[in-house]
Write a protein of this length. Structure first.
Length: 231
């Protein structure tokens, strides 16, 4: 009997097309590896999580034999999803910003409780989450999400932009500066081949438009602009 691999796909409504593409990719892989693996996609609406479930009950479900998840894929673009209100809360009693955040917390907690065996989590969500945390001025959370993403997939250099932003806005200038300068010339394939420097400078413009300004940002901006290769 072939092994079953269940792949959970979580996404807000603005990436419906990308979610369909992910399912198509899994369908193609299912046919290719039909002789050795059974691949099954599970969408958030198919996972039987209910509002009256405790956080631990949700973790137990994710690790259970009947509904267990082996790989968790999170697809994000411009939004995190719809707020859950007070119906479902974090273990510390605070509110979730969206169902996507709730699903991610459950998957990450299950991953830790299983001895970091399952479900395997694709790190792009963590990188994106760290950026949203920067925008919402939750800088310590931005650092935490970026560090976790890099621990899982250390080769995703673009996540380090958010790690550096978090440090910078927490007042850890030298720590942030070290990251900015170390990776400034590295090209990021995930964002169309832009350099790390290009992405940082674009981020600074977005942060300014969001009302996030500091002298430290200007110091790093000048440092990076002064080191930009002349044409």
């Amino acid at each position: 009997m072939t092994d079953l691999v269940r792949i959970f796909i979580s996404s807000p409504s603005d990436v419906a097309e990308e979610r369909d593409r992910a399912r198509q990719v899994v369908d193609g892989l299912r046919k290719r590896y039909a002789g050795c693996l059974r691949l099954e996609t599970v969408l958030w609406e198919e996972l039987p999580l209910t509002a009256d479930m405790s956080f631990q009950d949700g973790i137990d479900l994710i690790l259970s034999k009947g509904h267990g998840i082996d790989i968790a894929l999170f697809i994000l673009w411009s939004r995190l999803g719809s707020p859950l209100g007070g119906r479902i809360r974090k273990p510390d009693g605070s509110e979730y910003r969206s169902g996507t955040e709730h699903e991610f917390d459950l998957m990450l907690a299950a991953y830790e409780q299983s001895g970091r065996r399952r479900p395997q989590i694709l790190a792009s969500y963590l990188g994106t989450m760290s950026w949203y945390c920067v925008l919402s001025r939750q800088y310590a959370e931005a650092v935490k999400a970026a560090e976790e993403g890099l621990r899982i997939e250390p080769y995703r250099t673009w996540i380090r932009t958010n790690l550096a932003h978090g440090y910078l806005l927490l007042g850890e200038f030298e720590r942030a500066k070290e990251i900015y300068l170390k990776y400034k010339d590295e090209k990021l394939s995930e964002v169309g081949g832009k350099t790390f420097r290009d992405m940082v400078l674009e981020d600074f413009s977005v942060l300014e438009k969001a009302g996030i300004r500091s002298p430290e940002i200007e110091r790093i901006r000048k440092l990076l602009e002064d080191q930009t290769p002349k044409p």
